[in-house]
Design a binder for this molecule. Structure first.
Ligand code: SF4
Ligand code: ZN
Length: 156
């Protein structure tokens, strides 16, 4: 089980790969990942063991439930942290990026696609700062993540 927490899509009955494992003939993790699809939110889940949301349910599946809050991915490692998706778009983690906020070029950053434009970020914090410019969600605080100075100074 990933240390990022058991409350992930691999344990959620909204994930069709779990709910319909038998009829889909799923017998291992490769097939499980391939078939992971959130029927509540209508999105493919590419990393089911590392994706989360407040609707996760292992026991009380209801097909008429409403989505609560964003989907989250595991962010860049600074301890296990979760960063929100941009609506139905999953952030790409640990990819080369040039940060649109500070201009840093990093080998292991974050990118997100928005209106067919790909934006890059050096850190979880700068990604979440950008995200908050697009989503009014007071529960998510960019200050909770490492600043670029903390992240890169500690790696020198
Ligand atoms: S996104 Fe949320 S509701 Fe959908 S499968 Fe994952 S944990 Fe379940
Ligand atoms: Zn940056």
């Amino acid at each position: 089980m990933p240390n990022g927490g058991p409350d992930n899509c691999s344990n959620c009955l909204h994930n069709r790969a779990l709910r319909e494992a038998e009829s889909l003939g799923i017998s291992g993790p490769v097939a499980f990942i391939k078939h992971s699809y959130c029927s509540l939110r209508g999105v493919d889940i590419t990393r089911p063991f590392w994706t989360y949301c407040a609707n996760v349910t292992a026991h009380r599946y209801r097909s008429d439930e409403r989505p609560r809050g964003p989907i989250f991915s595991s962010g860049l490692y600074e301890g296990y942290v979760r960063i929100p998706w941009h609506d139905d778009t999953e952030p790409q983690i640990e990819v080369p990026a040039t940060c649109v906020l500070c201009g840093r070029e990093v080998d292991s950053g974050i990118t997100i696609e928005d209106d067919e434009v790909v934006h890059g970020f050096c850190t979880n914090r700068h990604y979440v700062e950008w995200w908050k410019g697009h989503h009014a969600d007071g529960r998510i605080d960019s200050e909770a993540f490492q600043s670029p100075e903390e992240r890169f100074d500690s790696n020198e």
